[in-house]
Design a protein around this ligand. Structure first.
Ligand code: PBG
Length: 325
């Protein structure tokens, strides 16, 4: 076998050589760390299905945001657990709503932090759906004005990026118009353009107390089998003025991520969701896998498939591990 010309192994012999030719590198700027903000003071309640993830009161979320910033994380994504819920999700757009309070407090304590506000109603509705309900149906157009109101109140509180996740048709256009009319034409929209109806959101619904009281979200979130439809969703959001696109979940949809990457030139985010996180945690707790290596391999795969931005509950651990890989 002395006549082999190509020997790919030549470049794999030592770690520095492998690093030299590595095509995809994770960087701390890639990550967005989600937080679940709850009422009260001094609250830090672990989510049972998401070890290492907590419901945090505003004072605590400020502390954790500051610590994350120290580590090199420059963006957080906020979800809220309001004091009370109602039919029209009043807590989502209340001037002193839980997320609005958290935005102001983080802005004050960590001015440089990029604050992304998730814009949806499901954490704030008594029925847990992402929009207004009539006769068991989630109404599209009636929901749009509430989403726009929510986005405006988040921008007023100081959010840097609005991230609509309700999967209502026309939500990007409605939010863009609302923001522009209120003097926030400089605030970008990161659209959850391609969001599948996924069982991988299970642990999140425990964390955010947002499981639908009846039915499921299949009448507004996407069907797992559809790839061409993902292009249409992305196209619409692009046309409606989205500044960034997102695909969610990440790992089971890497083909979609790649296809969106190839077709659109907007910055692209991938959401490594709660169930993806929980699976790694659970297997690692049993000693079945090496948590850090599986985490890094997963996040590298998401970036390699085309994500510029990765939203993950592992952001802190990933940033710490980057030096070693
Ligand atoms: C709100 C929203 C959800 C997630 C992000 N925004 C839940 C859902 O659609 O049911 C899921 C995130 C995760 O699982 O980590 N609509």
């Amino acid at each position: 076998m002395h006549d082999l010309i190509h020997r790919p192994r030549r470049l794999r012999r030592r770690a520095p050589l492998r690093a030299l030719v590595r095509e995809t590198q994770l960087a701390r700027e890639d990550f967005v760390l989600p937080f679940f903000v709850c009422t009260g003071e001094g609250v830090r309640r672990e989510v049972p299905s998401m070890p290492g993830v907590h419901n945090l009161s505003v004072d605590r979320v400020v502390r954790e945001a500051a610590d994350a910033f120290e580590l090199g994380i420059q963006a957080v994504l906020l979800f809220g657990l309001p004091e009370s819920k109602d039919e029209t999700a009043t807590g989502a757009y209340a001037e002193n709503g839980i997320v609005q309070q958290a935005i102001r407090a983080i802005r004050r304590a960590v001015p440089e932090m990029i604050i992304v506000a998730d814009t949806c109603l499901c954490e704030y509705t008594s029925h847990g759906h992402c929009g207004v309900i009539r006769e068991g149906e989630v109404l599209n157009d009636e929901t749009l004005s509430l989403l726009a109101r929510t986005a405006i109140s988040q921008a007023e509180a100081g959010a840097d990026i609005i991230a609509p996740s309700a999967m209502m048709d026309g939500q990007v256009a409605a939010i863009r118009e609302g923001l522009d009319d209120s003097g926030f034409d400089h605030v970008p929209i990161m659209s959850y353009a391609v969001k599948y109806a996924s069982a991988f959101y299970g642990p999140f619904r425990e964390a955010a107390d947002s499981a639908p009281a009846f039915g499921d979200r299949r009448a507004y979130q996407m069907d797992a089998g559809n790839a061409r439809e993902a292009m249409r969703e992305a196209e619409l959001d692009y046309a409606e003025g989205a500044d960034m696109l997102m695909v969610k979940p990440a790992l089971p949809y890497l083909d979609i991520l790649k296809a969106v990457r190839d077709r659109f030139d907007l910055p692209l985010a991938a959401y490594h969701v709660s169930g993806e996180y929980a699976m790694i945690k659970a297997a690692a707790e049993r000693g079945w896998i090496d948590e850090e290596r599986v985490m890094m391999e997963t996040l590298t795969g998401i970036k390699r498939a085309g994500a510029d931005i990765i939203i993950t509950y592992y952001a802190r651990e990933a940033v710490k591990a980057i030096k070693k890989y």
